[in-house]
Design a binder for this molecule. Sequence first.
Ligand SMILES: *Cc1c(COP(=O)(O)O)cnc(C)c1O
Length: 462
Amino acid sequence: MSAELEAYRKALERAHEHSLAWLASLAGRRIGPTASADELVPQFGGALQEGPTDPAAVVDELVALSAPGLMAMPSGRFFGWVIGGTLPAALAADWLVSAWDQNAVLRFATPAAAAAEEAAGAWVLDLLGLPAASGVGFTTDATMANFVGLACGRRAVLERLGHDVRTAGLGGAPRITVLVGQERHASVDLALRYLGLGQPTAVAADSQGRILPGALAQALEGIDGPAIVCLQAGNLHSGAFDPMREAIAVAHRHGAWVHVDGAFGLWAAASPLLRGRLDGLETADSWATDAHKTLNVPYDCGIAMVAQPEVLRSEFGFSTSYFIQDDDGPGDPFERVPELSRRARGVPVWAALRSLGRAGTIALVEGLAANARALAGGLARLEGVEVLNDVVFTQVCLAFGSDERTRQVTRRLIEDGTVWMSGSSWQGRDILRISVSNWSTDDADIAASIDAVARALAAVPG
Ligand SMILES: *Cc1c(COP(=O)(O)O)cnc(C)c1O
């Protein structure tokens, strides 16, 4: 064996062993880290030593240094933010993506990566009931998938007015009004900032955070220039879905482009039980979702989908003399995402869907929602617990009386370490928010989590 190969073998064997040890520890370990970033920086840092370190020793050292600073995000008892775990096939495929080291830019240069991503994209469209001809790009995350959909909207609404944003930029362009629900995710605002579109106009929403179609219609009536409407499939707090068919029809009547931010909630469309809540979803112009949330693939993986693939390709594509481009086929992977060089991040999506199949994907999505209902039901039976939202998908918002008590119980719960749930505020109240996003959460996790909340409640007098 060559020295290089031997170095790979030893380092990868250490990584393999440590990875399995980490995964095995999840069942029993405390969820939160025990050291802060400030405490860890000096241990990781200091002056860089002069000479080399053996690669396998680097892996061992990295693991030893990291141990106190790891959050058990892949645990079935982690319910923080909206953070999924990792399916076995997706994790293994992700390792191969790194080992293969394909720069997934061109179909000609990396055909296996391109083919896996094209297949995965087609499966996702099919599962979500979206138009089969849509263009699909694999982005770093949903923020960038929102960016892609909104960029296509920007291009299309200006093109209709004879303004080519690719060549002319935004200078001299008619001002685009972007309408969003009052409870859109902050990353939508960020994507709009990147696009030079500024702050969006917020439209009123109902008690669950769903945009009000009447208020949307009224807002559109007051606009005579180009417009983009950004809807939401899956409210970060309540899990609620905007009324798609009605809101999209209202927006289209005014000639607006409709983008849907469905970072985690778009996957509800894969479930026959839940699909009704997204009725009309397929009539939008673009959609964004994450694979690293509900689908449980490793970070980083978002998915941008655009009904008119030629708009996507013309917005993100370009030609250059040194590429060998796919001029006659479906286009190159780079023509559907903001970046050029990138890992083949659609490959773990292919592996996740191949391992789950259609039935497994539906079971995954419905299982998350069933676990959210089980948690909400069990917690609602505890004295002093209020469930604030209609639990329609994976999100549960709780309060324990006053804001002060809710914050104290949340702090206790995090200290206890059995579970992780995030503090937040919603509709004027401090809350404890649960997001069920991990495929591996089971009945024992649910029971242990309810017990942990009960302990935290008992420790903080009402
Ligand atoms: C998580 C989330 C985002 C942002 O997704 P990232 O993958 O973190 O960029 C956008 N919208 C909603 C509704 C989300 O839940």
